[in-house]
Design a protein around this ligand. Structure first.
Ligand SMILES: [Fe+2]
Length: 179
């Protein structure tokens, strides 16, 4: 096998393991989410992830290689951090807990965006356009998921800010009344 193909197959083995870990992590993220739209986003991405695993398997088939997951330590770390975020969220407000979940999920998305981008370029370079197309499809889904998470975070951040401002103005009012 030439060097670039070997590298591509290696990247795909890593991604297969990374996606497998997300299949277990996403339902937990969905369960922990308070905002219904965030929960829905995690559940939708879970469904997408199932399709992404199938796409990876098709890519292996096109390359004539066996889909063998290679332990992805980076995703294991991100998933472990996500589990800590879920735990920490129990002591936080719903908004703060959700923003923590979004931050953890976006880290995982960015890892995948990077990995799929590289894999797609490698597939193009070695003259495997069908594999490149499959990887580009998944890359597009990961980018949309990341974009959606940013959009979901905006109103939550605004709400958190206005809640903080209103509780501060209540404190100021109370101080004025007692003065
Ligand atoms: Fe994915």
């Amino acid at each position: 096998m030439n060097q670039l193909k070997e590298l591509l197959v290696d990247e795909l083995c890593d991604l297969l393991h990374a996606e497998g870990q997300l299949l277990t992590a996403l339902p937990k993220m969905a369960e922990a989410a308070h905002h219904p739209k965030l929960r829905e986003a995690f559940l939708n991405h879970l469904q997408q992830t199932e399709g992404q695993v199938e796409r990876l398997k098709s890519a292996f088939e096109l390359l004539g290689e066996k889909p063998q997951p290679k332990p992805c330590k980076a995703m294991a770390g991100l998933v472990a951090e996500g589990a800590d975020t879920i735990k920490d969220g129990a002591d936080k407000s719903n908004i703060a807990a959700d923003l923590g979940l979004i931050a953890a999920a976006q880290r995982a998305e960015h890892y995948e965006i990077s990995a799929y981008g590289t894999a797609r370029s490698l597939a193009r370079q070695i003259g495997e356009p069908k594999v490149a197309t499959l990887l580009a499809q998944t890359l597009g889904e990961e980018e949309s998921a990341d974009f959606l998470l940013t959009e979901l975070s905006k109103p939550l951040m605004q709400q958190a800010t206005s809640e903080e401002n209103s509780s501060e103005s209540k404190i100021t009012k109370a101080r004025k009344q007692t003065a």
